[in-house]
Design a protein around this ligand. Structure first.
Ligand SMILES: [Fe+2]
Length: 305
């Protein structure tokens, strides 16, 4: 069969037909998938019978894999992060692992257990968000930098957590990381500009907490405009692949306390680059065990001060 694409919305998302991710894919098919990902930002493939090993093989065709997470241990293999509603619900807009200097390029999510209703994943096109900004705001955003961290400051009241969720959060924050990234990132393959913010942002460099919050609210409102968002309603045995360099995502918590399990494997990314060609920097934490980091990008301070 030959690969064909079926768009899900104008701005984001396409179904991939004629490709079984469990198969040995030709270089040409992988190149076509990469091009499709650049254009549509998120791809959905039917993957009946795909197991962890198959998901790893598929993801590795797009580049070296990261380990599961900088602080959370892997599941069945060191590359797999178990996404399990029992321990954590990612119902916050975010881009994966932006608190390190080399956030993953591509995330793959494989559905295992899906609740009978709800449990959709939202994926937003942050390039469409950037384009929808009025020109003066775009020009301003081009100059801004943001500090991202895995340690939450809990300025907002903490919701009641189950013991398993509290333990997960403790592990998540067990080693503090901080990186400073451009608010507008130039995509290394397509050259497209996108807003690079999301839930791990602690603040905008040079602005007060209140000013940061207002600016982020303004920018984030463009990311989450319904026209920029794919709302994927899962079946078990599917693979969602999204370009983590130019999207944000959100797991909707609308399925009561029913089980929901997926497995995530991510492809390593490079250091983000701003519109003016400046690279992101790590401020805190050595993440080289998670994803390759050039030696000159490892911060001098690698533990909490
Ligand atoms: Fe995520």
């Amino acid at each position: 069969m030959t690969l064909s694409l079926s768009k899900i919305t104008a701005d984001i998302g396409a179904r991939v037909l004629g490709v079984n991710p469990a198969d040995d894919l030709s270089d040409e098919t992988v190149a076509q998938l990469r091009t499709a990902l650049g254009e549509h930002k998120a791809l959905v493939l039917d993957a009946p019978g795909l197991d962890v090993a198959g998901q790893e093989r598929f993801a590795a065709r797009f580049g070296p894999l990261t380990t599961a997470h900088p602080t959370v241990p892997g599941g069945e293999t060191p590359h797999v992060l178990d996404v399990d509603a029992e321990i954590s619900k990612a119902n916050e807009w975010h881009t994966d692992v932006t608190f390190v200097v080399t956030p993953p390029a591509i995330s793959t999510l494989r559905s295992i257990v899906i609740p009978p209703y709800g449990g959709e994943t939202l994926v937003a096109n942050s390039a469409a968000a950037y384009r929808s900004l009025p020109e003066p705001l775009r020009a301003w955003a081009d100059t801004l930098w943001a500090v991202h961290t895995n340690v939450y400051d809990y300025a907002e009241p903490r919701p009641q957590r189950k013991a398993a969720e509290a333990a997960y959060r403790e592990t998540f924050e067990s080693v503090p990381y901080e990186s400073v990234h451009p608010v507008v990132r130039v995509h290394p393959e397509t050259g497209e500009r996108g807003l690079f913010i999301g839930g791990f942002v602690r603040g905008i460099v040079g602005l007060s907490t209140t000013e940061s919050r207002d600016v982020l609210r303004l920018l984030q409102a463009h990311v989450t405009r319904p026209e920029h968002v794919l709302r994927w309603s899962w079946q078990p045995g599917q693979l969602l692949v999204f370009d983590n360099r130019i999207t944000q995502h959100y797991a909707i918590d609308n399925y009561d306390d029913q089980p929901r399990r997926l497995s995530r494997i991510t492809v390593a990314g490079d250091i983000p680059v701003s519109v003016s060609g400046e690279r992101s920097r790590a401020l805190l934490g050595d993440s080289s065990h998670y994803s390759a980091v050039p030696a000159d990008a490892v911060p001098e301070r690698s533990v909490a001060a």
